[in-house]
Ligand binder design. Structure first.
Ligand SMILES: *Cc1c(COP(=O)(O)O)cnc(C)c1O
Length: 434
């Protein structure tokens, strides 16, 4: 459920008309709902009642510092993956002490920065990394808290570019070698073994793979507790969201109308399946959801440049492009696209929704039936809160989009549209070309 809905003919985020946001801040602009994020956070927290659970929001999904402050105020820590993300947590005035550092290639400088700021734990992906963290901790005269990421070899049905829990990808250490990796970790003088971690993939829409992974790794976590005194088990993130019926899924009635075997995963179902399997371990449970926390909390608002009618095809050319929202080009992802002003008297038209970039991949939707729209009118890409802005680029010298946060009837820009001067600020013509 989320807080995007039509009030009359106008699409609103909470009590704010998206047309008003576009008038003030232009397009393309990401608009986020603070209430939706809060609902997602609280539902997941309630679903985990009975566990000593800590949510570590996977900030690579959306790392704007305003969102980090919002989640921090709610009690979240963070799952972070770079020195830049450590600095974002600090810039948000949020807590590094409840945050974990993941990723397969942390540099010495990044490890140092995280240790100096009191990171809760490092999630280690290989034996060479143990050695590097031990080395940096030794130089600082501290013990580095660590957990090893184990790969449970669970086939989580999702897009090939976002599956991580199979043994043939680069993530983690296969379960059968993990005990030896912990023995190796125990020999390093500057490491403190704190936990065990797994993460099987992203945009998972059924609970089965999560259950399978917990059942595979749970007994190993119990062994580690006995042998190395671990105190936590991080079960990763990956809970999926609704992309196809994104707008309708804002309403409870939509969920109630879904047949039981077709209903997308909810935090309640997730919690009900996992809590009884995790509770007996007597460990603190960390969760690293990113997409679930923010995905349905954001839309990308864009303006129509032209409706181009070509032989047998209609192209709706809009001012957002693959540089702003790369998911359709990169993962063939579906985003529901809706008019900001609904007009049921207009006829429906089948269109390809495309951006202005010189690439055929700059296409958001093919043969999509939509209300007929013309130049200057607004559309919204639903479910754009996760892996939208954070994966954006400046391709075609298009500055980064603006970002706006809504809460109730209030809204503020939380990131200004990037200017040309900012884009070229670091560029120089060398002396030998002058
Ligand atoms: C990306 C990632 C997450 C978050 O994944 P979502 O699908 O956004 O929930 C969590 N943990 C790790 C280790 C990740 O790499």
């Amino acid at each position: 459920m989320h807080h995007f809905h039509y009030a009359g003919s106008d699409l609103h985020c909470e009590s704010v008309d998206l047309d008003a946001v576009a008038k003030l801040y232009g397009t393309p602009t990401y608009v986020y709902s603070a209430a939706t994020m809060e609902d997602n956070f609280r539902r997941l927290q309630r679903g985990l009642a009975g566990l000593d659970a800590q949510l570590c929001y996977a900030m690579k999904a959306n790392s704007n510092i305003a969102l980090l402050r919002h989640f921090s105020n709610l009690g979240a820590g963070f799952d972070l993956v770079s020195g830049g993300e450590v600095r974002r947590v600090l810039a948000a005035g949020a807590n590094v002490h409840t945050s974990v550092f993941a990723g397969v290639g942390k540099s010495e400088a990044e490890i140092k920065l995280a240790l100096e700021n009191g990171i809760f734990s490092f999630h280690v992906e290989s034996e060479p990394e143990l050695s590097r963290i031990n080395h940096v901790a030794g130089k600082l005269g501290v013990k580095a808290p660590i957990a090893i990421r184990v790969n449970p070899d669970v086939d989580a049905p999702t897009h090939a570019k976002i599956t991580t829990g199979k043994s043939d990808n680069k993530f983690g250490i296969p379960l059968k070698y993990a005990a030896a990796a912990y023995e190796a970790a125990a020999k390093y003088p500057n490491l403190a073994i704190k936990g065990v971690q797994m993460h099987i993939g992203s945009q998972l829409t059924s609970v089965g793979p999560f259950v399978e992974a917990v059942e595979k790794v749970g007994p190993f976590a119990a062994e580690l507790k006995a042998r190395h005194g671990i105190t936590y088990f991080s079960i990763g993130g990956g809970m999926g969201i609704v992309y196809k019926d994104a707008l309708a899924s804002g309403q409870r009635a939509w969920w109630d109308a879904q047949p039981a075997d077709k209903r997308p995963l909810t935090p309640e179902t997730y919690g009900a399946a996992l809590v009884p399997r995790l509770q007996p371990l007597g460990l603190k449970i960390l969760l690293e959801h990113g997409r679930f926390m923010v995905g349905n909390s954001g839309v990308l608002v864009s303006r129509v440049e032209h409706l181009k009618r070509a032989a047998g095809k209609n192209f709706l050319i809009v001012d957002a492009a693959m540089n702003d929202l790369v998911r359709p080009a990169m993962y063939d992802s579906y985003h529901e696209i809706v008019p900001v002003q609904r007009d049921s008297s207009r006829r429906a038209l089948t269109v390809d929704v495309v951006g202005p970039i010189c690439e055929s991949a700059d296409c958001f939707a093919k043969d999509r039936p939509m209300q007929e729209l013309g130049e200057g009118e607004l559309i919204a890409f639903m479910s754009a809160g996760a892996y939208g802005y954070t994966m954006a680029s400046r391709y075609n010298t298009r500055g980064m989009a603006a970002e706006v946060l809504v809460r109730g009837s209030a809204f503020e820009q939380i990131n200004a549209r990037e200017t040309f001067e900012q884009m070229v600020a670091g560029e120089r013509i060398p002396a030998f070309l002058k």
